[in-house]
Design a protein around this ligand. Sequence first.
Ligand SMILES: Nc1ncnc2c1ncn2[C@@H]1O[C@H](COP(=O)(O)OP(=O)(O)OP(=O)(O)O)[C@@H](O)[C@H]1O
Ligand SMILES: [Mg+2]
Length: 277
Amino acid sequence: MNDDSLQEPVTQAGRELDVHLIHSEKMASIGQLAAGVAHEINNPVGYVFSNLKIMAKYIRDMQTIIDTIDTSASLDEVKAVKRNIDYDYIKQDLEDMLGESVYGVETIIGIVSALKDFSYDDGDEFKEVDLYKGLNSTLSVVNNEIKYKAEVVKQFSDLPLVECIPSKINQVFMNLLVNAAHAIEDSGVITLTTGVDGDRVWFEVADDGVGMDEATLSRIYEPFFTTKPPGQGTGLGLAICYSILKKHDATLEVVSEPGVGTTFKIYLPIKRKTSVT
Ligand SMILES: Nc1ncnc2c1ncn2[C@@H]1O[C@H](COP(=O)(O)OP(=O)(O)OP(=O)(O)O)[C@@H](O)[C@H]1O
Ligand SMILES: [Mg+2]
């Protein structure tokens, strides 16, 4: 077991490099997000589109029945057309398809609004926010990376509003969640636990994935350190988390054991220590 409290990353990085890294990470995340969001939206768009085509046909059939009222000599003739078209089936199917399509569009609206929350550029402004709002929108955004591999268990307690830079904290959530998902090979559990400890809140991301050995653990905050195959990881995720959390006077602890899993725990001050107000 290892307990590695937040340390200076093993790097020559000064403030300027930190800023540069945050930008590179943003670029890397945008690609990752774009792929995930495209995948998430593709499914509802697919069935709403195919429903629309079938519903268009049903509507034409119904128009035929209604138009027959004007052209037919008797009510029996209208009834025959109605039966022929299988009105009862169409009526039910139309209702099901409308319900399904509304659900699909709602799903898309949810993804888009999560993305807006997530990407809202709030500059470097500290604000009092509900951490769960950011966490849930981040979860919807990275859902695609997680859902096939891991069950997400939430053990949330009541948290006060926390003074932080929300978009940056979302970025930390995202990196930890994606790392946890990547650490799980086939299927596993990611447990998110929160709590309050004096004047700080804490937030834990635990996975039952591959874990890390000593050698890996000692380098995780190093920019560009990655154990992922070329092209799959920039190795910037945790370096960025480090720099964001440092700005928040937060601390980050990690406990990991090969073959058992990894737990990252963040302690975040509820109020800014260096508050200017
Ligand atoms: N939850 C975890 N379980 C096991 N190993 C982890 C976990 N989180 C991080 N690591 C290790 O730390 C390394 C560095 O993580 P970091 O997030 O900085 O970069 P990355 O995930 O490799 O790439 P990127 O985040 O840029 O896509 C990872 O390559 C992996 O070896
Ligand atoms: Mg990562």
